[in-house]
Design a protein around this ligand. Sequence first.
Ligand SMILES: [Zn+2]
Length: 306
Amino acid sequence: MMFIDPHIHMISRTTDDYKAMYEAGVVAVIEPAFWLGQPRTNPGSMLDYFSMIVGWERFRASQFGIQHYCTIGLNSKEANNEKLAEETMELLPRYASKEGVVAIGEIGYDDMTDLEDRYFRKQVELAKKMDMLVLIHTPHRNKKQGTLKSMDVCEEHGLDPSKVIIDHNNEETIKDVLERGYWTAFTIYPGTKMGNERMVEIVKEYGTERIFIDSAADWGHSDPLGVPKTAKLMLQRGISEDDVKKVCYQNALDAYSQSGQMNENDWLNRSKIDQRKTFSGNTVLRGGYKPYIEDEDDAKNDIIIE
Ligand SMILES: [Zn+2]
């Protein structure tokens, strides 16, 4: 079975993670622009970060057989630094229009401050102007209130709910988000957002329309195999293969392919992995590591250790 992880911060993950994800069936990932743990102090850090997620990281993923897409936006936490926020807003149109960018995001609320509200709305307007999808991060504290308010903002600004993905939902928010016509995403993140046994119950109760899952794995204690592991658990607990496919692959594809930047052919007809390739003169190899060349290497006798 093929899987998409439509929310994962791969710049914080290792090549072993890419390998494990590939082996587990992950064919594509979306990397939303977000906060790095260390607050940025100047727009140049944002610029380099955006360049990295549209450039090097996309290349790095391809060298492990995974298609990489991203979203561009000013996250809610750093919207509270007004000077940085203003300067970042000026960078967004340029980066949002690059190849492989599937949405403006992840934007929304963290503490629901006035500054967060201001830059959330500005970015909703930008998405409208650029005719782009929007990925919304809902807050960890005051989850329900923050989720309802996020949808109110989208509607006040005239966004079409079918062009908006509301992420990090839980049992408290699902009903409203589905009823109002939004894509309803769930993050399988150990200890905080949503465990996968709860996710199984949600699918049993609400079905699979407009529902999908992601791992949101990042620099914290998280699991980049959240999607394939949950798929396995769903099958074990009696959810049909069709439904698992919708929640772990098809619905995310349907949502994000509206951007025109993400197409199933990207991975069905991807080019063969050749780790001799370079990006701006650099390969994913360090030191004398031997490059992997798909097909050529696979045809060799795999019991020989060089
Ligand atoms: Zn995230």
